[in-house]
Design a protein around this ligand. Structure first.
Ligand SMILES: NC(=O)c1ccc[n+]([C@@H]2O[C@H](COP(=O)([O-])OP(=O)(O)OC[C@H]3O[C@@H](n4cnc5c(N)ncnc54)[C@H](O)[C@@H]3O)[C@@H](O)[C@H]2O)c1
Ligand SMILES: [Zn+2]
Ligand SMILES: [Zn+2]
Length: 390
C-alpha cells in the first residue's frame, strides 16, 4: 500500500510499504477515504519529538471497513467509520471512567497510544491506503452517509481536531456567557473557539499572526486578535469593556492554549518560546478563571528553544496563577467521551467543523503539503489527503 513516511527532518515521502492487515481477532482493517495532516505531525516533521525514519505518519482518518477479525461484533465490512486519534481498549479501568487517553492496555509499559506518533506506541499511521485498527469495537465509530458526501470533511474533524477543540473547552470549563481567549488559530484553536460558541460563550477571542487563520476565526464568528499588532493581552483588555464596577475583570474567564511548546516568541517571531502562551494566559485570565492547555508539551524535545529544555520542563508564572486562584487543565483528548456526541451534533446540522478544511489533495502531494503547512504558507490550515482520490 502507499503511505506517507517520515524520512528525515522536514522531509516526508510517499512510499510503498507492507499492507496493513488484521493481526488480532479484535482488529479491523479500514480502507482510508480521507486522512488529515495535523499540527502534531509537524512536531515530528520538524525533528523535535524523535520520530524514526520509516514511521508511517497520520492519526486523523475516516474510511470504510474492509475486513474484521473474528472477535469484532459492532462493525462489518462496508461500514463507514471515523477512527479516533488516541486508540483505547474501551474496557480498562481508565476507559471505563472516561479517561480513554490514559487507556491501560494499548501501550505496553505506558498508558495511552496513538497512530503514527513517536513515543505513543507501535501503531502505524493513517496517511495510508489501509489502517489496522486494534480493539475495533471501541475504535470504529459508525457514520451515516457515503464516502465523499457533503459531510466528509465534517466527519473527518471528529478523528481529532473537533474532539480536541471541544476537550480544550472542557478543560477550561467553558459555559454559557463565559468570556474566552484561544491562543493559536490552527485547526485545534479554531475548533476550540467554535466549540466555545456552541457551548454558549458570550465573547470569544482568537490570537494568532497568520492572516488566513485570523480570517477563519472571523468566519466562525469569533474576534481575531493579531499578534503583529502588539501585546494580545493588552489588546483583548482594550476590546473587553466590563461594566462599571468590574474594571478589575477586564481579562477573560477562560483561556485556552492551542499552540503548545513550539509557540513563537512575540519579541522575536523568528524564534520559539515555549513559555510565551502560558505566561500570556496567566496575565490575561481573571481571578478564579480557568485554563485549558491542549497544545502539546513534549516530554522529549531534540532541539529545545533557549527558554525550553530537552525534557519539556519550562518556567511558568506559578505565583500569578496561585494568586489568582486559577484552575488549570492539561492533556490529550479523551476521545471516548466526545466522539459520539460530537458526531451527533454534525448529523443534526448543529456543527459543521469542516469549515476549517482548506486543502484537498491525493496522497502523492503529501511532501508538498507538509512543507507548505509547516511554513504556514499559502493559506494551508487543514490539508486533507485522499489515498483513493476524491
Ligand atoms: N491535546 C490533544 O489531544 C491534541 C490533539 C491534537 C493536537 N494537539 C496539539 O495542539 C496544537 C495545535 O495543533 P494545530 O493542528 O492547530 O497546529 P497548527 O500548527 O496548525 O497551529 C498552531 C498555531 O499557533 C500559532 N502560534 C504560534 N505561536 C503563537 C503564539 N505565541 N501566540 C498565539 N498563536 C501562536 C501558529 O501561528 C499556528 O497558527 C499542537 O501543539 C498539537 O500538537 C493536541
Ligand atoms: Zn491531530
Ligand atoms: Zn482501556
Amino acid at each position: 500500500m502507499k503511505a506517507v513516511v517520515y524520512e528525515e527532518v522536514r522531509r516526508v515521502g510517499v512510499h510503498d510499504v507492507a499492507d496493513a492487515a488484521v493481526e488480532e481477532p479484535s482488529d479491523a482493517l479500514v480502507r482510508v477515504t480521507s486522512s488529515a495532516i495535523c499540527g502534531t505531525d509537524l512536531h515530528m516533521y520538524d525533528g523535535r519529538t524523535g520520530a524514526e525514519p520509516g514511521l508511517v505518519l497520520g492519526h486523523e482518518p475516516i474510511g470504510v471497513v474492509e475486513e474484521t477479525g473474528a472477535a469484532v461484533d459492532l462493525v462489518r465490512r462496508g461500514d463507514r467509520v471515523v477512527i479516533p486519534t488516541h486508540l483505547y481498549c474501551g474496557v480498562c479501568v481508565n476507559c471505563a471512567r472516561g479517561y480513554s487517553a490514559a487507556c491501560m492496555r494499548v501501550r505496553p509499559g505506558g498508558f495511552g497510544a496513538a497512530y503514527g506518533y513517536a513515543g505513543m506506541g507501535p501503531y502505524r499511521g493513517a496517511q495510508a491506503e489501509l489502517l489496522r485498527v486494534p480493539y475495533a469495537d471501541a475504535n470504529c465509530v459508525r457514520l451515516p452517509g457515503e464516502p465523499g458526501d457533503d459531510r466528509e470533511d465534517d466527519f473527518l474533524m471528529l478523528a481529532d481536531a473537533f474532539v480536541t477543540g471541544w476537550h480544550a473547552t472542557e478543560l477550561a470549563g467553558v459555559g454559557p456567557a463565559d468570556t474566552v481567549a484561544v491562543f493559536g488559530a490552527g485547526t485545534i484553536g479554531l475548533l476550540a473557539a467554535y466549540s466555545a460558541r456552541l457551548r454558549g460563550a458570550a465573547e470569544v477571542y482568537v490570537v494568532d499572526h497568520v492572516p488566513e487563520r485570523l480570517a477563519l476565526a472571523e468566519r466562525i464568528d469569533t474576534i481575531p486578535v493579531d499578534l503583529r499588532d502588539g501585546d494580545p493581552v493588552e489588546r483583548i483588555k482594550e476590546l473587553r469593556r466590563p461594566p462599571a464596577g468590574e474594571e478589575g475583570l477586564d481579562g477573560v474567564r477562560c483561556g485556552i492554549d492551542a499552540v503548545g511548546f513550539q509557540a513563537v516568541d512575540r519579541a522575536d517571531p523568528s524564534r520559539e518560546n515555549p513559555r510565551q502562551v502560558v505566561s500570556d494566559l496567566a496575565r490575561l485570565v481573571n481571578p478564579t478563571g480557568r485554563l485549558g492547555i491542549a497544545g502539546v508539551y513534549a516530554e522529549k524535545d531534540l532541539s529545545p528553544a533557549p527558554t525550553g529544555n530537552a525534557d519539556g520542563s519550562i518556567d511558568v508564572p506559578w505565583a500569578t496563577l496561585f494568586g489568582k486562584g486559577v484552575r488549570v487543565g492539561f492533556g490529550r483528548t479523551h476521545d471516548r467521551r466526545y466522539t459520539v456526541p460530537l458526531r451527533d451534533l454534525v448529523i443534526s446540522g448543529r456543527a459543521r467543523p469542516g469549515v476549517v478544511v482548506t486543502h484537498h489533495a491525493p496522497l502523492d502531494d503529501a511532501p508538498d503539503l507538509y512543507r507548505r503547512f509547516d511554513q504556514r504558507a499559502d493559506g494551508v490550515v487543514k490539508a486533507v489527503l485522499h489515498p483513493r482520490g476524491r
